[in-house]
Design a protein around this ligand. Sequence first.
Ligand SMILES: C=C(O[C@@H]1C=C(C(=O)O)C=C[C@H]1O)C(=O)O
Ligand SMILES: [Mg+2]
Length: 440
Amino acid sequence: MHSNPIEALRHQLATLCHAAQKGVIRLSTPCQVNDMMGWLNMQSVYPRLYWQSRDVGAVEYATLGAVNAFESLAALKADLVALNDIGGQQPDFFGGMAFDPHTPGWAHFPACYFLLPRIELKRHQGGATLSLNLRFDDRCPSAEIAQAHACLDALAAEQPLPRLQPLVYQREDRPSQQEWAAWVGLVTNLDHLMRTPKVVLSRETRLTTPQPPNPWALLSRWQSGAADCFHFGVQLTPSEAFIGCPPEQLYKREGRHLTTEALAGTTHRGRDATQDQALAAELLGDKKNTLENQCVYQQLLTQLEPLSSQVQMGEAHIVKLRSVQHIRRLIHAELHHSVTDHSLLSSLPPTPAVGGVPRESAMTFIRQHERHQRGWYSGVFGRISHTSSDLAVTIRCAHIDSEMIRLYAGAGIVAGSQPDEEWRELDSKIADIMSLLGMG
Ligand SMILES: C=C(O[C@@H]1C=C(C(=O)O)C=C[C@H]1O)C(=O)O
Ligand SMILES: [Mg+2]
């Protein structure tokens, strides 16, 4: 990126008459960028965050710093209401949530964390825009302006991402395959199935390595092979990153209109088109996989019913990803006027795509058995604003720190689940990222 956009923002900031300002002020300028992650990787301001939704040609966001950060949905909601009362442009908030706020998660990841970025680089079909957010509330306005100046001064030029090197690592799975088989046995025990028809069990795969890869270089490669997925990355601090390419939407809200989906039920990809289609047809007709999907849509319909004036569900169809295929059903709803992102995020996650049915007894099983910390795996990540919100379920993801990469995968255990098949399903869910790590 050239220095002119930064100059342009400096100029706007210098001529801003802050005495007359209230709420969030956004200064923007057009700019040029080649590689959003190549830009992000060079910056020294944290948090560094990347988000791109799943739709074709979806806007890409790369953000730096935080004007505000919220560690509870209630605090975020209060702020959205306050800003809307002031009027004017309504900003985007970015962030995520852990799978289970009631168990200890990852050390530096709060159970809920959404931020209003200081700097936002946005790439859309027509080009790119660099924006600077300022906030005029009870804080000292001149300190706010000084901080904004300091942030602009810290911006560095984009550079190509480093090359990925083939990774040398030691692998350790938690649970082991043997423990996994025992858990699947417990969940598929008839008595247990009567009370808890589905539990999504998960595995943490630790890859210990002397030199972990650059998370942005890895995400960039991963993204290029995962076109039909969401793409996200976040570094709250320099030493840790959480990245992923999830195929699953938690929900998208445009005004009162909500779109969500039941994505569950899995098979692998075929060797050729004929085998691939045969596997897809088999998946759609399979009893165990149909049940996995049904558990998800039934629960979503039940939860949306009191929040909506109308709920509709589409036909079951197949989603083909690089290494797996899934069953999906889309759901549309018209939300009642009182329903906010706070209400949606308080009721929908964790969906039975990552938790189970009934939710509480599935969670109890998971809390009693899983010894790894899921943290933000199988949680939520995305963008929230007054007018529209867009959130993914954080599956197909990796946590990277200075010593290891942690990969996560889960599988819905229902009547008919076989331990070895479900274990293989876990492996196919991490196959994309494993091949990138091996290849360098
Ligand atoms: C839990 C994950 O995926 C979920 C489980 C699936 C299944 O068991 O068939 C399929 C998609 C998701 O609902 C994961 O990828 O980690
Ligand atoms: Mg499954």
